[in-house]
Design a protein around this ligand. Sequence first.
Ligand code: NAG
Ligand code: NAG
Ligand code: NAG
Ligand code: NAG
Length: 203
Amino acid sequence: MSTHIKLSSFLALAFLLPAAAFGTPHSAKPTFDHSGFVSWCCVKTLYPDVCYSTLSRHANATLDDPARLARIAVQVSLKQVQSFAANLTCLSRNATGATQSALADCIESMSGAACAMRDSLEKMRAVALGRAGQGFAAAMNDVQTWMSAALTSEETCSNGFEDVGDGRSNVETEVRHGVDLAWMVTSNALALINYSVNDHANL
Ligand SMILES: *[C@@H]1O[C@H](CO)[C@@H](O)[C@H](O)[C@H]1NC(C)=O
Ligand SMILES: *[C@@H]1O[C@H](CO)[C@@H](O)[C@H](O)[C@H]1NC(C)=O
Ligand SMILES: *[C@@H]1O[C@H](CO)[C@@H](O)[C@H](O)[C@H]1NC(C)=O
Ligand SMILES: *[C@@H]1O[C@H](CO)[C@@H](O)[C@H](O)[C@H]1NC(C)=O
């Protein structure tokens, strides 16, 4: 009984303190460090090191909530893909022939992935606000489908380079590296979405 009371007052504090800090900017800051929660969740992804290195700086914004962490992960993945697409656009300015056309295809694949992530983020926010207009399971199933589609688009990008050059040019190396990183970050976001869905089911 007393454990239960302690736990529930801890939870109440965990939820109220950040809000209080927002309302009164001059009051003491909350002193919870949420990086332990992030590393605990990252263990459930395929690339835990990439997960922690890309998400730990956002740890405090998660408030130890799997759904918040999943939304942050999708946001981070979207930014990663957008920044990679910008690099591809720069690379394509000097490219010619088959390399240029592979880069153009890759930019298109990355834009498709970015759209799927933007749609996912929008729906996850609607779910969080209770405004998805459909049940939790159906809404999150759409999100899982779109994020899987984003992964497939990203794969398409490196496939386009298989027939170009010897695989060792600077452009190819940079593209491969960028695709790999985007793929790992997106795969991790999907794993964290899956975890948040399972967590919700177990409430
Ligand atoms: C999170 O908050 C804790 C406690 O206020 C602080 O020590 C830590 O530096 C913050 N972490 C990040 C990544 O901002
Ligand atoms: C974009 O290019 C810069 C400069 O080459 C590099 O440092 C950065 O990691 C690249 N970013 C992505 C997302 O590929
Ligand atoms: C494109 O070529 C110019 C001139 O050779 C060079 O200065 C620039 O760094 C190249 N840009 C990229 C993205 O490779
Ligand atoms: C997430 O769940 C989906 C749907 O159940 C599944 O297809 C996918 O492989 C899972 N992905 C990861 C990274 O856990």
